[in-house]
Design a protein around this ligand. Structure first.
Ligand code: PMV
Length: 321
């Protein structure tokens, strides 16, 4: 028996960092990259983890209890109804044989594309289906959020939400998910600096700055919120030509939060100079990815300009809703 599940990457269009402080953010799935989990019966007893991308081959009980993959698997087991799962667990995970969980991902880690949340979502889906209890999107998102909290301190929850629902999301921390409509498709070019930048550290630095200058930072976050709201309206009304200027404004505010970096600046400038309608860093910043609003006709040319300016890789993605 085998179950398989894949989850996309994601990119934040508007509102990163301010979203941690209750402001809205817009994020969309990126299906060109994905995490996949396969759960299959194994003749060996126990639960075997295979994650060749990170060189991990181990029986579950040999991993440290706070290993991210252990946390994900435990979260699934504790979420299933106790009256239903023990016999199934026994059948699949005990007795004569066990199970293997194989994990693979094409999402670069620590780069703002949601690799951690996508791996969690894929495992939660594949494992709950394997145990005969496939979980609905809402539960999948909540469980992935619990795991994010263990590793990211105070995540807003935007990653697990957009990845579990695999739809464009207007996200406000702690509020029910709002999916937004895309009236007219638009094309985004993603440029990866190739610099891994753990979100937790950057979020922590912004918190210190906010604590030192709360009035100034609250104003910055309010301006970001206005931009996110305008962007949502523009996307819903098919006025995608307005998005470029909004990206540029959002980027200026992210610079004020000190989360840009020389490499991100170089790529943002290169995209604008090569004809993008707007560009900004995306995600935690200080590394990771930037995005640019491009027209399909000049996407390849701007992509080449980013690669020349040091981008490790680029992805062209069309947002259709
Ligand atoms: O795209 P990432 O995973 O780097 O996300 C960071 C988004 C932040 O707003 C900076 C943090 C968060 O939890 O929302």
């Amino acid at each position: 028996m085998m179950t398989t599940s894949s989850a996309p990457g994601k990119i934040i269009l508007f509102g990163e960092h301010a979203v941690v402080y209750g402001r809205p953010a817009l994020a969309v799935p990126v299906t060109q990259v994905q995490a996949t989990a396969k759960v299959m019966t194994d003749v060996r007893p126990g639960v075997w983890i295979e994650a060749p991308d990170v060189g991990l081959f181990s029986e579950l009980s040999r991993l440290s209890p706070d290993h991210p993959l252990v946390a994900v698997i435990q979260s699934v087991l504790s979420a299933l109804p106790p009256l239903v799962f023990p016999p199934i667990i026994f059948e699949n995970f005990g007795g004569a044989g066990g199970a293997t969980i194989h994990i693979a991902s094409t999402i670069p880690v620590a780069s703002g594309l949601g690799s951690g949340a996508a791996v969690s979502v894929a495992i939660i889906r594949a494992l709950s289906a394997f145990l005969g209890q496939p979980l609905p999107d809402e539960r999948v998102s909540v469980l992935a959020y619990e795991v994010e909290k263990l590793h990211h301190g105070t995540p807003s929850g935007i990653d697990n939400t957009v990845i579990a629902y695999a739809k464009p999301v207007y996200f406000v921390k702690g509020q029910p998910i709002e999916v937004f409509q895309v009236a007219k498709p638009f094309t985004i070019l993603i440029g990866d600096t190739g610099i891994a930048s753990p979100t937790k550290a950057v979020v922590g630095d912004v918190r210190k700055l906010w604590e030192a200058e709360p009035v100034r930072f609250e104003k910055i976050f309010d301006s970001v919120a206005e931009i996110a709201q305008k962007a949502r309206k523009a996307i819903e009304n098919g006025e995608t030509h307005l998005l470029g200027a909004l990206m540029n404004e959002n980027h200026t505010l992210l610079q004020k939060m000190t989360v840009s970096s020389p490499e991100l600046e170089r790529l943002v400038e290169a995209a604008r100079a090569a004809g993008a309608d707007g560009a900004k860093l995306s995600g935690g910043g200080r590394g990771g990815n930037m995005i640019a609003l491009v027209r399909p006709a000049n996407a390849e040319e701007i992509s080449a300009a980013l690669l020349e300016s040091g981008a490790r890789r680029t992805i062209i993605t069309t947002i259709t809703g």
